[in-house]
Design a protein around this ligand. Structure first.
Ligand code: SF4
Length: 904
């Protein structure tokens, strides 16, 4: 049959990181294929590995399809499916009862940077203007609220003064606390490409950890965790001493010079500064000299700066250096906050944080409150900041807040001291959760479950790190009864009698109101102004092309992309910026004898947040399959932990058990655990439960990067794994992790009990109880080794491997057997022998997720002389040639191979 033409792609935006790449999505025959949008200014057709695998996540598995009510006073009772009317009547009625009885401060919303701007706008309008409380905070509090606070202190408004194009114009890019290669991959690739084209351009990375980003840096400063302010204060003082302050610019446009210099310059020598920062003086001097000598400097900063009890000061210490030297407001220079989430910036536009008002107006400002209240025609307006994320869940636990509506986020996993979040939700009188997934660590606590539309179903706008507004367009029909979040909120507002103020029937009407509010009585007072996008009908809204704000109505011949602050005008009342004194502070709790190490947390390359989407993709789950802790050999030795064994990490707030990865590239005295794993994917790997809930006093952002911790060996009686086409019940085991494979699920296991009757138990677990099934089995009672395979119609159905030792056969090899059409005699022999019968059949750990290229194949190509560069590896194996996310790892493998093979 002749193939028809491909349907035209729907242009939309990636829902993962704050880079905000454009995506061409093509749904066809129930499958969604994606490609980078060649016209989108952010990515010009490229996608990273997560974006490339987006099609894998548009699937019905696990979706919440219908509204449900759950009677939590009857444990064990399943949630009851109800109509939308019944669910919304319950939500509106119960919230109204609590507000009338206990006041507006007794209810709260906890929302998300995953929401679209229109959802975010309606939520903030409803809560701040119609409930009359500011108890609406967002998971962006955990991500970039320190950047927001720093911008406001320095510029008078939360404005990011750099655009992506500037990265290509810079001569020096400084990345502070940012594993950009993994967390903003397309942006990082733009930086690397710019350096290839202009080899004099330099990339310097300031990060206590060695990462894929440091791998590509010209200079890596592995500074002591928490010493950033000391380092930038030292830079400020040195720039001043060297006469590099732009006095004309400072005099004309910036206040706070004397106090800031006094705080920054305590007379410390370079050697003292280096010592305080845990650096070699030569390296620190090299960085200072590079910064001093380079006019076009961009300092990008991310979670390593923001997620700190001194996060706002860290941000301001960076901003100070740019303001002092006038390196702001001109092409190719300035401080640049890289936002974590796809719509963290859109949330800021609508006042998504508990201490903000819509359209960059301030809750504390009576004039602003009056203006917004008049615009909304609302009966009330919150008059003071609401509870920030950590305080909010504390207030729920204390019973001061009696109801919470959680939208598009999973706080039982992601908040610090996450077990307290569990306790709080367990006690809470009314927990409403709108989500796309039925079963998450948080939905488990819901009284009311509301099915939200997922990526591909919902329609709206998002704004990325450089203030670029893009459309997220729907391209598939919503599953079940899923509805937009703005619709749910609007329906509740109408039930409270506010139909007139919430007249929305389509998303473009909300965007229009948001745009009009941004321009309302603005007169240039606020830089955020998208009045030029007001008044669009559905068609005009649908056609919005990616564009950076401001988009003013009366812009005249104003260039489409303004250079922010080019005229030296800032947004404090006097039009000037502020240098902010930032006396250095150590992290809130130092280490002590019980918890002598420092726990750091962060992302991995191929997973996103709590894995509700990326965990569905076999491709994305193959790069790093299990939760882990990175630690230095010295700390591992002290705790008697071997590489690949299990380790227990403990803090004062909780503990977990994960796989140990020991490397001398990791800094001694520190531990690193990724943030993604949770109770849906592992028995004991929710790192949020371990994190100190201390927050920055200005921004309220928690200290995810520095919790005193200890590590101990976790020694089960046995280790094992199962690969099975059908689900296997493993919840009773001491430790487990679940990983999505291409045609199977992989379970990593560990258990107690040295005398497990494996032959009987394995058959039960794998569902092979008939006596005549094709069952392969090997038992060695002396060594405690057991392996078995279950074959159906010559295809492998399931395997189980068990040993007393953590080292077990390659899962990549076995995954290859699951892909085989039929198992031959050599495969069967290999299964019983516990290793491939044919040399080279073991791919090894996945490095390139796009083409499924494993470490062993890459090393084989290098050792055989077929490839000696990243480019050659791409030509031979294709690895690194699609999204490029694995290039830093390929570089590292090549470097190691060169060390292992001395040059003659
Ligand atoms: Fe999505 Fe990757 Fe682009 Fe981030 S860099 S927006 S995850 S494609």
């Amino acid at each position: 049959m002749a193939e028809g033409p491909l349907p035209a792609p729907i242009k939309t935006t990636c829902p993962y990181c704050g880079t905000g790449c454009g995506v061409d999505a093509r749904p066809m025959n129930g499958v969604v294929t994606v490609a980078g949008d060649a016209q989108h200014p952010t990515n010009a057709g490229r996608l990273c590995v997560k974006g490339s695998a987006l099609g894998d996540t548009v699937v019905p598995q696990g979706r919440l399809l219908h509204p449900q009510l759950r009677d939590r006073s009857a444990p064990g009772q399943p949630a009851r499916r109800v109509s939308w009317d019944e669910a919304l009547d319950t939500v509106a009625g119960q919230l109204r009862r609590l507000i009338d009885t206990h006041g507006p401060e007794s209810v709260a919303w906890y929302v998300s940077g995953q929401l679209l701007t229109e959802d975010y706008y309606v939520a903030n309008k409803l809560v701040k203007g119609f409930v009359g409380t500011a108890n609406i905070d967002t998971n962006s509090r955990l991500c970039m609220s320190s950047a927001v606070a720093g911008h406001k202190r320095a510029f008078g408004e939360d404005i990011v003064p750099v655009a992506y194009d500037d990265l290509e114009r810079a001569d020096l890019i400084v990345l502070v606390g940012s594993n950009t290669a993994w967390c903003h991959p397309i942006l990082f690739q733009r930086m690397i490409k710019a350096r290839e084209q202009r080899p004099d351009m330099k990339i310097v990375v300031l990060d206590p950890r060695a990462t894929a980003t440091t791998e590509m840096a010209d200079l890596h400063l592995g500074l002591r965790a928490g010493s950033d302010v000391r380092l930038f204060n030292g830079l400020f003082a040195q720039l001043h001493r060297q006469g590099l302050a732009d006095r004309d610019f400072v005099d004309a446009h910036v206040g706070g010079f004397d106090d800031t210099l006094a705080a920054a310059d305590d007379g410390a020598t370079l050697e003292q500064l280096a010592d305080d920062c845990g650096l070699e003086p030569e390296k620190l001097a090299q960085f200072y000299a590079l910064f001093a000598a380079t006019e076009r400097v961009i300092t990008c900063f991310s979670m390593g700066v923001n997620q700190s009890s001194a996060g706002t000061d860290k941000v301001n210490s960076i901003l100070n250096c740019h303001l002092l030297t006038g390196r702001i407001g001109k092409p190719g220079m300035g401080p640049f906050s890289l936002t974590g989430q796809p719509n963290a910036m859109g949330g800021r536009e609508v006042g998504g944080l508990a201490n903000m008002l819509a359209a960059h107006m301030d809750l504390e400002n009576a004039e602003h409150r009056d203006r917004v209240q008049r615009f909304w025609n609302s009966p009330a307006i919150a008059s003071q900041g609401g509870l920030k994320a950590v305080d909010l869940f504390e207030a729920i636990e204390a019973g001061r807040v009696k109801a919470v509506w959680i939208m598009a986020t999973n706080p039982v996993v992601s908040l610090p001291d996450a077990d307290r979040v569990k306790r709080a939700l367990d006690k809470c009188e009314l927990v409403i959760v709108s989500d796309v997934m039925q079963q998450t660590d948080t939905t488990a606590f819901a009284h009311v479950l509301l099915p939200a539309q997922g990526w591909g179903e919902k329609d709206g706008t998002v704004t990325n790190s450089e203030r670029c507004i893009s459309r997220q367009r729907a391209f598939v029909a919503p599953l079940g009864e899923a509805r937009p979040d703005w619709w749910m909120l609007t329906e509740v507002a109408r039930r409270w009698g506010y139909a007139e103020q919430f007249p929305y029937h389509a998303v473009h009407e909300i965007f229009d109101e948001h745009a009009r509010l941004s321009a309302f009585e603005n007169d240039g007072e606020r830089y955020f102004d998208i009045g030029g996008l007001a008044g669009l009908n559905a068609r005009g809204y649908d056609a919005i092309a990616p564009q950076r704000w401001p988009v003013r109505r009366d812009a005249g011949d104003e260039p489409a992309h303004l250079q922010v602050f080019a005229d030296g005008r800032f947004y404090h009342a006097d039009g000037r910026a502020r240098l902010v004194p930032t006396p250095p502070r150590r992290p809130a709790h130092g280490t002590d004898v019980d918890f002598p190490l420092v726990l750091n947390t962060g992302r991995v390359r191929d997973h996103w947040h709590t894995m509700t989407r990326t965990g569905l993709s076999a491709r994305l789950s193959s790069h790093i399959a299990e939760p882990y802790v990175d630690l230095h050999p010295r700390d591992a030795r002290r705790a008697n932990i071997e590489n690949g064994a299990l380790a227990r990490v403990s803090t004062r707030w909780g503990n977990l058990v994960v796989r140990a990865r020991i490397s001398d590239e990791h800094t001694a005295g520190t531990l690193f655990v990724p943030i993604h794993w949770n109770a849906q994917f592992s028995s004991d790997a929710r790192v949020g439960a371990l994190v100190n809930p201390v927050v920055d006093p200005v921004s309220g952002e928690p200290e995810f990067k520095h919790t005193p911790a200890r590590v101990q060996a976790f020694i089960p009686a046995w280790h094992g794994f199962i690969l099975s086409r059908k689900p296997v019940s493993i919840a009773h085991l001491a430790w487990w992790t679940r990983v999505t494979g291409a045609s199977f699920t992989r379970y990593e296991l560990a258990g107690e009990g040295s005398s497990v009757a494996w032959p009987e138990l394995a058959r039960l677990m794998l569902g092979a109880t008939d006596a005549d099934v094709d069952w392969l089995e090997y038992v060695d009672a002396a060594t405690g080794s057991y392996r078995a395979g279950y074959v159906v119609d010559d295809r492998l159905e399931a395997v189980i491997f068990v040993s007393r030792q953590p080292s077990l056969p390659s899962r990549a090899w076995l995954a290859g057997l699951f892909a085989a059409e039929r198992l031959d005699d050599e495969d069967r022999f290999g299964l019983l022998a516990g290793q491939p019968a044919v040399a080279g059949a073991d791919e090894g750990a996945t490095i390139c997720s796009c083409f499924g290229v494993g470490l062993n194949r890459i090393v084989g190509a290098i050792e055989s002389g077929k490839a000696s560069s990243v480019q050659a590896l791409g030509e031979v194996l294709k690895c690194g040639t699609n999204c490029g996310s694995c290039v830093p790892e390929l570089k590292k493998i090549l470097a190691r191979a060169r060390i292992a093979t001395p040059q003659r």
